[in-house]
Design a protein around this ligand. Sequence first.
Ligand SMILES: [Zn+2]
Length: 805
Amino acid sequence: MRILNNLLIVSVVGTILFSGCVRKASFTGEYPIKPVPFTSVKLTDNFWAPRIKKNADVTIPIAFHYCETTGRIKNFEIAGGLDTGRFQTLFPFDDSDVFKIIEGASYSLQTFPDPKLDAYLDAIIYKIGLAQEDDGYLYTNRTIAEMHGGGGLHEWANKNRWENDSISSHELYNLGHLYEAAAAYYQATGKRSLLEIALKSADLVNKDFGWGRTKVYPGHQVIEMGLIKLYRVTGEKKYLDLARFFLDVRGPEGQQYNQADLRPVDQTKAVGHSVRATYMYSGMADVAAIEDDSSYLNAITRIWEDIIYGKIYLTGGIGATGGNEGFAGPFVLPNMSAYCETCASIGDIFFNHRLFLLHGQAKYIDILEKTLYNSMLSGVSLSADRFFYPNPLESNGQHERSAWFGCACCPSNIVRFVPAIPGYVYAVTDKELYINLFISNEADITLGKNKFKISQKTNFPWDGKVEISVKPEKSIKFDMMIRIPGWALNEAIPGGLYKFSDLNNDSVKLLINGEPYEIIMANGYAVISRKWKPGDKVEFEIPMPVRKVIADERITDDINKMAVQRGPLIYCAEWPDNNSGSVLNMLIKKDAAFTTEFIPSLLEGAEVIKTEGYQTKRTLDGKIEMLNEEPVTMIPYALWNNRGAGQMMVWLPTSTRSTRPLPAATLAFRSKVRSSKMTKSLNAVNDQIEPLSSSDHSVLYYDWWPDKNKGEWVEYDFEKPVTISKTKVYWFDDGPDGSCRIPDEWEILYLNGNIWEPVKAYGRYKVTKDEWNSLSFKPVTASAIKIKVKLNTDFSAGIYEWVVE
Ligand SMILES: [Zn+2]
């Protein structure tokens, strides 16, 4: 029998939980604004509600399925003595996926009661309990290794507990997710089983860590947020103090990669691994709110500005580079290689939501909404069973969502985030009701001592009309704060990294009970201060014309380009809708006019944007010509890659200087290309797009990664024998962070009859980066030519372009 203790479900949102349990009387600090829990907000719309349903019907079951088939669950069974064997999975942090999926399933059970899932959770939690050691330690890799005399201990873990956590063991990372899951499961079901495991663990961590005890900082942050949830659930200040310890013990002598090169209070820049970063900033926001700590507040305010002024993509994605899975320098925002990890989008939503709860300013929700509707949403397919890890803004067809990953952080984060989305719609103080997101719903609002119902009707994000009905039983006075999105006020993003290229003069019109109401703005909100009567109705329309966006010119990959936005949605051109699949060579006129059309049958219903553009082509003498005008169709970025892999582009060239023209019919282009490692990117070598440097991530390259310390080759097979005497190659080299360098050596061979012979080179084979490496040789008549490359002992290599004349 399942007993729901509804009294405990006082307030749950996303990963922020405000428990109804008694706090210690002396300790009442909290966020000044409280979210209305998702359990009080029932979505009735056609956009998010079906996605949350699919998360319950599809994503959660397959996530548990993969936890079973990959051995993640079996790890707990072995550690708990229910089974025998070695550690089953790849990474010591694989325990965390199970915890995250339990967290998501707990949220989901609130909306979709499911006795089978409930019983399944009971069974998994029983196994987790068995896997926990007697003193509270929980880390299946070590427990299983110790059963085998230490054999199978992961190389990331030290032979002593905790000692390697600031480097790689992820012991505290796993526990952070355990605590979040335990708080969610307890609040959702009233059952203490997982909470008891978490508290036993947290008490061990509290015994082992602290000033005068072990002073190791978490290598991958998240335990800070987790401990604060345990503090909220139990009211025990020791968990808050421990969260604070894990922040204060960090830096200044650690790595920038995990934000340990400075003390958190001294940090001003977003650096390093972006998921670790946003989890830490969120934990800092919690401490700043609860302890009213201005040093933490100042640090996260400056870090937020650093992100918004130069390190965020138009889609809301953060973390530009894959080498560190994290932030690059300001304005380094390449599109095709954009990392924008799905987890980082979710982490940034946590961070911005907390800043809103601290300050009540709409700009934080503007970023949250941008991330939610674009880079987060692209992380999961329409079918809800395939996932992106990176979310690039441009593709040549090399990107495709996967069913699962060896490192499964992103799918398990989707599992727990999606069912919590209704918790981001509203927030309250004693006197104010904030309406942050526009989604049709029915909600129960508690405002001070008053409880009442409210409903929203809208077809957002396709249409900006919103109708809000307030249904108090008797009249009550409060301020309704309706967020007017920055994009409706000619602000593409707070801080101006992106701008609309033209002004829109349509203003938001607001009616109360059918009568026009003059809007008074405060902190980005239209404030309606009145005594609300049963049946009061607010109607408004946020204009949603198609907007052209341009980027700060310091973002080199976006120069002479524009993007297209409508409402919160960023658009892209994708292969199935355009030019027989050829998108990357397109060009749009700056003064292009747009039309829109809602197509119910497309991508489960989507508003498309249409305009006219041109394909561009390179001529044999190197010029770029525009071909005939053609229709261009754009879809919401978040919906791309639901019809197979192919070309996609968010930033559309507006000048021949920024296009990738179709190649001219050069000798190399007319050849058949083969290589020692055939990949989709092989066509980069003769696409005639020259990079600006050997690490220009905006240009396609071909590489042999992860191979190293061996010979490789690329070959052009000519249509018929030709006489050649010159060649040049431009090497790819993503050092010092990446895994490719210029090769040790290269050599040109030609096919003479059926024998490969080296050419007689005039001069030496130059091997330098950031420029063409040219070679002249004694003319030969060949039916094919081959470039042989000797890879470095420690690095792979790659080619941007290889020309033969
Ligand atoms: Zn991830």
